[in-house]
Each structure stands twice: as structure tokens, then as C-alpha cells.
Design a protein around this ligand. Structure first.
Ligand code: ADP
Length: 744
């Protein structure tokens, strides 16, 4: 039985009850139902289409031919390179054998990969309908493996007919691809499909769009246009520790809404806390055998990750250095397909920070482990091919299956996984709406700090481009189908080729149909959404003053499909914010705190608040009174700032960071208001501050200090905010969470 909700996640259901999401999803499903009736006819049409455009049927030709055809279409100059490499395990024959073994593990293989009888038809149609839902109009053909090729052909075809008309009407959008690095191939294909103009060596005059492979600073001399990376903040924010901190802040305010992120501890600072909590947990219930996963802060691709069952097994020190890492509750019961653990890579476009605009790609990747999954035991803890889904690790397993098809092998499309689980009767629209909620909530957790970074890099008044960014969300589906956030990648790989052993010991980069299927769509449609002609005129630009976020005023209300040319497939990116603003705006509390922080930070390119700035904040918001003197304010500042300086050893700037300011704000809120929940206290304090600051915006002189009549009296004793925060953390439902994980 797949649907079996444990306590820990029962509250994640709330999004499914949001009428807008349900309605939107139901609309899709209604359409899908109608389309299902026509599916057979459409399929034969599509097949006929394909034959007309390409004599070689994709599904019937050998892999090499299929690749060649694809290469011809795209004319991508994949940097094929051969090199010798001796690897004892993997030779071609063994790979084939292992591939067979993998498919042999598939009890339901025949359910959807072989010719089906009439009795299976309705189920099959349902699955195909889902594909259509995921891919929009372009997925006319139910065969997953041929969908991209067909799409390419259609794009090329449409491009020939309509591209010239479009070109006559307006100047082609210019894209600087000189810094695209490994995303270059997918980017080139996208630009070709759009009939835009590429500048592979850069351009003297400004381009409309700059595509960077790594960071905003790949090219330092951009003063206008749009760059596909936010300033440094995005990479920083998505390091494992910072992501955990940002989510934890939200968990303190909204514990139920944010329980999609596994319970985490930050090392080394929370080593003692972790050890104590686990000891208490085990003392209370000796049947519990929780497992934890340890991830180095700056690691990626599974590097340095290991599983433990006891805090004593933590490798906290490497050489003389204390390792920075996150130790996290291990999800012991993931959903399995073909007995294998897998995760989902979803691409999310943050189109703008202010107003916040988020798009989710309707298609993603599923990366499979290469050793059948077993729940963690002391014996299998070190089996990386069983527990870690990273492509970069599993590709080195002898069991890795490269496949031309999007629905088999060790890397598949997410839609093919959804068919698979839909065929078991699972409500996949609920899975999708849970994933959408997870993505929106995670971005909401990141935005406050991103805005601080943004202002530091592109302060108002400084000429600069506007930014957007594609993020890679790694999500695990639990056995009960609840999505769990593993991590967010600031620079998800956009490579559409993979290294393959073409003959024993010889490796080459060959096109990867699955990667191409997903990634070209994501890049192309991101470009379409960033097309300057599709965006309303900016009300103001950075050079004209105002906040950097004000520089972008985007058409947010209209349906994206309407505003884009008909000559291309419908967008594979779905707007989820501001679309679902009503359901999620109440979570944007920390952003309001960040706005106050930014106001007192000034616009000098700094990210830290000095003691004077903090005093001015207290004074202007009228937060000091007889029981909370300015001397106490200074102690508060020093106490929190020092502690955070210890936790952020890399930071070069002195002063109070946003995270420290948030802690101070929480402390002040808890001190001032007697409300039961922290979030109520914080909301009350926000009202006080915003009210006071709004009054000041209207008058030049600050008004004399007065205590707020609605405020309750503050406790007299000054207790350390650090202690208050720790106290709060101690009350996180550790027991529930660990239990739920082991019992689900
Ligand atoms: P990296 O950046 O090194 O890839 P991840 O956080 O993505 O680090 O973890 C690597 C892999 O470990 C994931 O792809 C997933 O398979 C597994 N994993 C990570 N966190 C958990 C967890 N809390 N529970 C179960 N598996 C996890």
C-alpha cells in the first residue's frame, strides 16, 4: 500500500486543500480526460507525422542512429573526447548483463513497456494523459522515448514557417553565450529554436541576455540587460548550512508548513545538542534506530557524504580542522521503483525577486540508485549505490544503465516516474501540488537573505542588469508519497551529454536524450520568459534610483501562454508564484523583517548592521522603554553579533548579519508580547515597527518616543536571546519526527 501517511507529514496536506491549486489541477485533468478519448487517434497521427518528417522512426532505430539524427537536427558540436581509462568492473558486456539484471528487478515492466491488451487500455490512457498534462500540447505522442525528437522536429518545422515572420516584425533578441560553460550546448539549441541571435565571443555593445555558467560575476562589465544568475547570494544561500538555517528560521515560525525538510543539525556548533537529543531519544524509546546522513557544507555530487547511527560515529574533525557539515535525519522509507531508491531533480526559475515570480518546469529528471534498496542497517550503511542517488556516483557503478528511452535506465524523466506510479492508482495531482508547495515555501525561506545580497551587489543607483536564475531542487518522495527537500542547487548541471564507455576502456561524451529532453526545454522557455519584448516596460531603472527590486515590473497577472508566440511548443515552465500568492503570502514574514533590516543597513554595499544602525532601529521603532534601556539594547547587539560571528567564521564583514538580526527580532517579539506562538509575537512586533516607520516616512523629523499602548508589559529580567532561541529549538518535535520516519 503506497498511501500511508505518518504523523510527521499529515500537515503537509494543506496545499491540496487550497481551492486555486485544486481547481487549476482539476482543469488540467478535465482537459486530459477529454483528450484521452482522442489519444489513440493522436498517437497514430503523431506517428505518421514523424514518418513524414524523418524516415527513421525513432523508436525502431538503433541508439546510434537515433543520436545521429538528433545531432543533425540540433547541429550541436558536442565536445566528444575519447580517452583510455582502465576500469576493472565495467566493460561493455558486463554493462549489458547488469542492465538486464536491472530490468529483471522490474516486476511491472510488462505493464507499460510491452504491447497491452484491451483490458489495460484505460489505465494506459490515464498514464498517457498524465504525460500530456506534464508536457502541454507538445506531448502528442504517448511514447516517452520519442517525445523530444518529435518536439524538436515540430520546433524546427514551426520555426521555418513562422520564424521569418517574427524576424520581420522585430529585432532578434541577442544572447551573450561566451560564459555559458557546460550549459552551452543546450543553450545553443534553445537559441536556434527561438531564432534568436547568439554572440559566442561576447559583444561590444550590450546584449539583451547574458548566460553565465557559474556566477553573476563571470562577466563583471554588465551594466544593463538580464543575467541568468543572481549576485553571490544565491550560491551562498544554497550551501547546505545556510539552506538549513533559512528553513529552520521558517520552521520556528511555521513548524507544520516547513516539515518537508528533514530535521538537521549544524556542525560543529550543534554537535553537543545533536548528541544529547539523540541520547535522550534512544533512552526514551529503545526500539528506535534512527539513521542520520552527514553532508559536508560545501560538498556536492555526494562527495564526503556518509551515514551514521550514533553521534559517536561523526567524523567532526579532519586533520586539525573542524569540518563544517549538516547532519540530517535520514529518510528510511523512500518510494522505490524497480526496488531502487530514486530522487527527483526539478528545475525552478526565479524570474524576479521583487515582485517574487517563480516558475516550475513541468518535466524533471529522476536519478536512480544502482543497488536494490534496503532500510539502513549497520551492514549496509556504507553502500553508496544503495543509499545515494547522485548520478555522478552511480554512473561509476557497473549496474548503471544508460538508456535512449526516457522511461527506463538509471536516469529517467520525472513524468515517466509519474506514469509509473499513476498506473498503481496513485493520486499524482496531489504529489504535484505537494511539490509545488514545497518549492514555493523553500523560495520564500531564501528570499529575505537574497534581497540583502542583491542590494549589496547592485545597490540602488548603481547601474546594473536585472537577474533571474534557474535552480535545481532535489526532492525525495517518501514511501507515503510525501516530497522531502534534500537540497537546492544554485548551479544545476545543464549538460546534455554524458560520459559513456563506448568500447572497453574508451570513454566519450555522447548526447544524452533524457537530459536533452528536459534541459533544452527549460533553457528555451526560460529565455522565452525573459524575452524583453514580453516584459512590460520598466517603470524605473536602477540608474534612476529606487530599490533594485523596483527596477523590474513584470506582467504578472496574465497567463504566460497568451503572451508568447504560437510558433513554439507551449511553455514547459509553469508559473506558481504569484499565481498562488493567496495561499502562501502569509508565510512571507521574515521578508518583512528583512525589509526593516535593509532600511537601517543603508545602501553602501554592506550586508552587516553596525551598533549605531541597530540603536537607530530600536529608537525609530520605539522599542526601548524604562524596562528595556539603550544599555540593554547594546548588550543585546553584542551578545547576538558575537555568537553569530562564531557561527559564520568565513564572513569578512563585522557587524550584525540578517540571521542575527532575525534572532534579535524574535527575542524582542517574545519579550514584548505574551502571545503563545512565536509567529504571533513576531507579527505583533512587525506591526509596531512598520507602523512607526511608516509614520516617519511621512514626516522628516522622528516623533518623540512613546510606548505603544497595545503592547503588553515586557518581562523585566534580561535573558540571553541565545538561550531563548536554543530553548525554542529544544521544543522542536524531535521525537515525533524521528519516530514518524522509522514507522511510516
Ligand atoms: P550532494 O550535494 O552532495 O548531492 P545531497 O544533499 O543531494 O548532497 O545528498 C546526496 C544524496 O544523498 C541525495 O541525492 C539522496 O539520494 C541522499 N540523501 C540526502 N539527504 C537524505 C536524507 N535526509 N534522507 C535520505 N537520503 C538522503
Amino acid at each position: 500500500m503506497l498511501v500511508d501517511y505518518p504523523d510527521i507529514f499529515t500537515n503537509l496536506n494543506e496545499i491540496t486543500n487550497h481551492p486555486t491549486i485544486i481547481n487549476t489541477m482539476s482543469d488540467h485533468y478535465e482537459r486530459v480526460k477529454i483528450e484521452l478519448q482522442q489519444m489513440k487517434a493522436v498517437e497514430s497521427e503523431a506517428a505518421a507525422d514523424k514518418e513524414q518528417l524523418s524516415p527513421a522512426s525513432v523508436t525502431s532505430v538503433p541508439a546510434e542512429v537515433s543520436f545521429a539524427a538528433r545531432r543533425d537536427l540540433s547541429r550541436s558540436s558536442i565536445n566528444g573526447r575519447s580517452r583510455s581509462k582502465s576500469r576493472s568492473k565495467a566493460d561493455g558486456h558486463e554493462r549489458q548483463v547488469n542492465g538486464k539484471q536491472l530490468s529483471d528487478l522490474t516486476p511491472q515492466k510488462s505493464d507499460y513497456s510491452q504491447e497491452k491488451g484491451q483490458s489495460r487500455l484505460s489505465n494506459e490512457q490515464n498514464i498517457k494523459g498524465t504525460l500530456r498534462l506534464l508536457k502541454g500540447k507538445t506531448a502528442a505522442n504517448g511514447h516517452v522515448e520519442s517525445c523530444q525528437r518529435e518536439k524538436d522536429l515540430k520546433c524546427e518545422h514551426h520555426g521555418k514557417e513562422d520564424g521569418s515572420k517574427v524576424a520581420k516584425k522585430r529585432r532578434a533578441v541577442t544572447v551573450d553565450t561566451s560564459k555559458a560553460k557546460t550549459s552551452l550546448e543546450a543553450l545553443k539549441m534553445s537559441i536556434r529554436q527561438l531564432k534568436w541571435k547568439e554572440f559566442p565571443m561576447g559583444r561590444r555593445t550590450a546584449c539583451d541576455i547574458y548566460w553565465h555558467g557559474v556566477s553573476f560575476h563571470d562577466n563583471e562589465n554588465i551594466v544593463s540587460g538580464q543575467v541568468n544568475k543572481f549576485p553571490a547570494g544565491m550560491i551562498e544561500m544554497l550551501r547546505k548550512i545556510n539552506l538549513s538555517r533559512a528553513v529552520r528560521t521558517m520552521q520556528e515560525l511555521f513548524p507544520e508548513e516547513y516539515n518537508f525538510y528533514p530535521r538537521s543539525w549544524i556542525l560543529p556548533e550543534e554537535y553537543q545538542l545533536f548528541s544529547t537529543q539523540i541520547r535522550l531519544l534512544k533512552d526514551n524509546d529503545s526500539t528506535l534506530k534512527p539513521t542520520f546522513i552527514v553532508k559536508p557544507d560545501s560538498g556536492s555530487q555526494g562527495d564526503g557524504i556518509y551515514l551514521i547511527r550514533d553521534p559517536a560515529d561523526l567524523r567532526v574533525i579532519s586533520g586539525s580542522q573542524i569540518k563544517q557539515a549538516v547532519v540530517q535525519e535520514y529518510i528510511q522509507k523512500p518510494l522505490l521503483i524497480d526496488k531502487l531508491k530514486f530522487d527527483i531533480r526539478l528545475y525552478v526559475l526565479v524570474r524576479s525577486l521583487e515582485p517574487l515570480e517563480i516558475y516550475i518546469a513541468k518535466e524533471g529528471l529522476s536519478r536512480f540508485c544502482t543497488e536494490p534498496y534496503q532500510e539502513p542497517s549497520q551492514k549496509n550503511l556504507s553502500h553508496v549505490f544503495m543509499h545515494l542517488t547522485n548520478y555522478s556516483l552511480n554512473v561509476h557503478s557497473g549496474n548503471f544503465v544508460h538508456s535512449d528511452s526516457c522511461s527506463t535506465g538509471s536516469k529517467r524523466t520525472f513524468s515517466s516516474v509519474l506514469y509509473r506510479i499513476a498506473s498503481k492508482g496513485v493520486d499524482i495531482k496531489k504529489v504535484w501540488s505537494d511539490i509545488i508547495a514545497l518549492v514555493i515555501k523553500t523560495v520564500i525561506a531564501l528570499v529575505p537573505e537574497l534581497k540583502v545580497y542583491y542590494q549589496a551587489d547592485i545597490p540602488p543607483g548603481k547601474p546594473g542588469p536585472t537577474c533571474f536564475q534557474i535552480l535545481g531542487f532535489d526532492i525525495l518522495l517518501m514511501k507515503n508519497l510525501k516530497p522531502v527537500l534534500l537540497e537546492v542547487n544554485a548551479n544545476p548541471s545543464m549538460r546534455i551529454e554524458h560520459e559513456q564507455e563506448v568500447s572497453p576502456g574508451v570513454y566519450e561524451y555522447v548526447p544524452s536524450p533524457v537530459d536533452e529532453e528536459v534541459k533544452v526545454g527549460v533553457i528555451r522557455d526560460t529565455l522565452r520568459l525573459m524575452d524583453p519584448a514580453q516584459r512590460k516596460q520598466h517603470v524605473t531603472s536602477n540608474t534612476e534610483g529606487g530599490s533594485p527590486e523596483d527596477a523590474i515590473v513584470v506582467e504578472t497577472g496574465s497567463d504566460e501562454k497568451e503572451s508568447l508566440t504560437d510558433s513554439l511548443p507551449s511553455l514547459c515552465l509553469k508559473q506558481v508564484f504569484p499565481k498562488y500568492t493567496k495561499q502562501f503570502n502569509y508565510l512571507r514574514v521574515v521578508e518583512r523583517i528583512a525589509a526593516i533590516f535593509l532600511r537601517f543597513l543603508g545602501v553602501k554595499g554592506t550586508m552587516r548592521l553596525g551598533p549605531t544602525g541597530f540603536r537607530t532601529f530600536i529608537r525609530n521603532c520605539k522599542l526601548s522603554n524604562s524596562s528595556f534601556s539603550m544599555a540593554s539594547v547594546d548588550i543585546l547587539y553584542i551578545d547576538i553579533t558575537r555568537r553569530w560571528a562564531g557561527m559564520l567564521p568565513d564572513s569578512r564583514e563585522a557587524g550584525m548579519s540578517l540571521q542575527a538580526f532575525i534572532e534579535a527580532f524574535f527575542y524582542l517579539a517574545a519579550r514584548r508580547f505574551k502571545a503563545v506562538l512565536l509567529r504571533e509575537q513576531v507579527l505583533l512586533l512587525l506591526e509596531v515597527c512598520e507602523g512607526a516607520l511608516e509614520g516617519q516616512s511621512h514626516s522628516e523629523k522622528p516623533r518623540p518616543q512613546r510606548s505603544h499602548p497595545a503592547q503588553s508589559s515586557a518581562p523585566n529580567a534580561f535573558s540571553s536571546p541565545a538561550l531563548t532561541r536554543r530553548h525554542h529549538l529544544r521544543h522542536q518535535p524531535l521525537q515525533l519526527s524521528a519516530k514518524a520516519n522509522t514507522e511510516n
